[in-house]
Design a protein around this ligand. Structure first.
Ligand code: ATP
Ligand code: ZN
Length: 283
């Protein structure tokens, strides 16, 4: 079978998590900062390291079979690709922000104003949908200084903590889009067996990340109370301990369910609770 090609970001906010995800899928490859391409030794896969902006088009045009990129970049490049899997990292929000001392009340107040952005396609779509006629000024970086320089009345940019906005006397005004990293593929190629195998590995890594292996000890008389508090992937294993009348309960549960039940588990008599990470969960 032919070798699959995956495009990931060469350097930047998605690079490290993308490499980590592929490594956690059991793929072995060298990750030299200088190389543009890396061959996986234990799976028919080549990794292309690219600027994130180029990834959607490379996938659409078939230079790469699949790609890992922010949803915002896909939306901005206007390409037709298949969404294979949301990946849960690289989360951010694209917002319109306005100067602190402005008196805009509703988004309609943006009518006739100039908005600076590096994401003109997403912004224009939003303005069209809301029936707002604003002047979209495309600039490639440091969008947040545009109002201070008198270049624009507002900006549209990625905002995470809001620190950059605050230090430029801007405040969030409208949330336009939330984004996370996505695995994309070419339309019509979704059933390629290599893609499906890689997808299965990615999903098992993601499931494992959210889930913990929990072991605890409990006196048999309290066992039913404990089991009622542990909604597992399957029913828990119950093993006898050397000490008479005591058992160990082993289970696999979503971490958030575990934390919300920890005090109840203790009150129900659970002791020696051990929580362990899981590498993969194959269903
Ligand atoms: P490249 O050199 O590959 O073009 P870039 O400078 O365009 O990189 P980065 O800043 O590395 O891009 O961001 C990559 C992606 O990470 C963004 O497109 C977005 O999807 C996501 N992201 C998550 N949080 C943030 C954030 N706080 N600021 C910017 N991007 C973020
Ligand atoms: Zn980029």
């Amino acid at each position: 079978m032919k070798t699959l090609k995956i495009a990931i970001q060469k350097s930047g906010r998605l690079n490290e998590k993308s490499v980590e995800l592929l490594k956690n899928c059991g793929l072995s490859f060298e990750n030299y900062k200088s190389s543009l391409i890396s061959t996986v030794s234990n799976f028919p896969l080549e990794i292309l390291f690219l600027r994130d902006d180029d990834i959607p088009e490379y996938v659409q045009d078939g230079i790469a079979d699949i790609g890992l990129v922010g949803e915002n970049v896909i939306a901005e490049t206007n390409v037709e690709v298949a969404y294979l899997q949301r990946l849960g990292f690289g989360k951010c929000t694209l917002k319109i922000a306005v100067p602190n001392d402005s008196d805009y009340k509703t988004i309609l107040d943006l009518d006739g104003k100039a908005i600076a952005t590096s994401y003109p396609v997403i912004l224009q779509k939003f303005l069209d949908k809301e029936n707002i006629k604003a002047d979209v000024k495309t600039i490639s970086g440091s969008v947040e200084i545009a109002p201070g320089l008198g270049l624009a009345d507002a900006i549209f940019d990625i905002v995470s903590t809001g620190g950059t906005l605050r230090s430029n006397n801007l405040m969030p005004f409208v949330d336009v889009m939330s984004s996370e990293a996505i695995l994309i593929g070419r339309k019509g190629e979704e059933n390629n067996p290599l893609i499906l195998e890689l997808l299965q590995r990615i999903q098992s890594v993601m499931r494992a990340k959210e889930t913990k292996y929990v072991v605890l000890n409990v006196e048999k008389i309290n066992l039913d109370k404990i089991l009622a508090l542990l909604p597992g992937v399957k029913s828990p294993s119950v093993l006898p301990l050397a000490e008479k009348g005591w058992v160990a309960v082993h289970t696999v549960i979503p971490e958030r369910d575990f934390w919300s039940h920890i005090n109840e588990l203790k009150a129900a008599g659970a002791q020696g609770i051990v929580v362990m990470p899981i590498e993969k969960i194959i269903l």
